[in-house]
Ligand binder design. Sequence first.
Ligand code: GDP
Ligand code: MG
Length: 410
Amino acid sequence: MPRITLITGLQWGDEGKGKFVDFLGDKHDVSIRFNGGNNAGHTVVAKGQTLHMSVMPSAVLRQKLALIAQAVVINPQILIKEIKLVKSLGVKLQLGIDPRCHVVMPYHQLLDSSSEVAKGKAKTGSLKLGIGFCYEDRTNRAGIRVQDLMSRKILEEKLKAVWTLKKKRVEKTYDQEFPLSLTKVLNEYLKYGRTLKPYIMDVASYTIDHLKTQSFLLESAQGFYLDFVFGSYPYTVAYHTVASSALPDIGLPPMELKVMGIVKAYTTRVGNGPFPTELNNFRGQHMRDLGHEYGTVSGRPRRCGWLDLTMIELANKLSGTNQIILTKLDVLSGLKQIKVATKIKKTCRPQYQVFPGWSDDLTSIKSYAKLPPACKNYVEFIENHLGVPIRYVSVGPDRTQTISKPNTKR
Ligand code: GDP
Ligand code: MG
């Protein structure tokens, strides 16, 4: 049976996927980032270095083959910046980019910002990075793919085919300015193409051909609730984030995956949309301050609240979660009481189970047994309630601040 482990977040993102893709990257031969674009933000902390990345696979520090699958949309400017950053750390980069990946173009960003202005109060809180518009073109067969950046003739032809439409949409529909020049964009993106050329690789074929001989770690860029169908639509991204989407997103036939779902010990959400367990008080501020809950890409303060187990239950059902990783437990230290929502009533009011808190600093604890009893009680309640084993608990951003949970009910 192929050895494939998939890491996904079971909330609204920022659960700590980056940390665990890096952590588990050591135990796998190859890692593959399979969706999203630079709207994602991952932080990896290892050996005194903190690395913020958005398109680069998070396991890149492990100096093994790190792949970008076809369903990732690439802003080449950002990816090239991240390539330089990683190389500047002395990392031996083994990167492969599927030529089918679509390219985020400057007019996608322009359309994104223009449409948010036009929506006024009804805006979705988009980061204005053009990711949704890039996926729109991909679906409508009007996209530019990484392989198109390799040929002046093809890129020019494709740009000419869409240019007037994009310009009219920005100017006439959204009533905004369109300051782009086709020639400038053409030359700039051909240059990016030359820089990315050495990394082009048929990721889909490579993966299929090596399933029997290598182990793979799949990285979802976003949390389950950002899935554009099963998430909290319309406050979602423009594509699937549900675990099973990894198969077509890479180019794999149906097969079984080991799914590790990441759950933050509380809940955060960036941007607008419903959030039944949100705390607009000092407890929410405690989480924001101690958990540094500010967007990696946007810098926006993240909305914070209690853990909502009803969300995780649904996410588990659709993700086929085999094991859970519970992160940021250290952030809850110092709260007198900790609440967990186990039911959401019809009025959207959560029903809570209340637990005593703990005051101990968890960040240098290395074994599960040494965690304060109140903390273990909280962890085990979550595990029992969900009926899915917790494999690791995380007590700090560093790779080493990871505790393996003994085999309780696995
Ligand atoms: P991702 O989007 O799921 O990859 O998560 P992000 O990297 O965007 O956000 C998680 C943040 O929490 C990052 O700054 C991590 O370094 C940090 N982090 C991860 N795990 C822990 C943990 O257990 N405790 C604390 N305090 N921080 C953590
Ligand atoms: Mg993030």
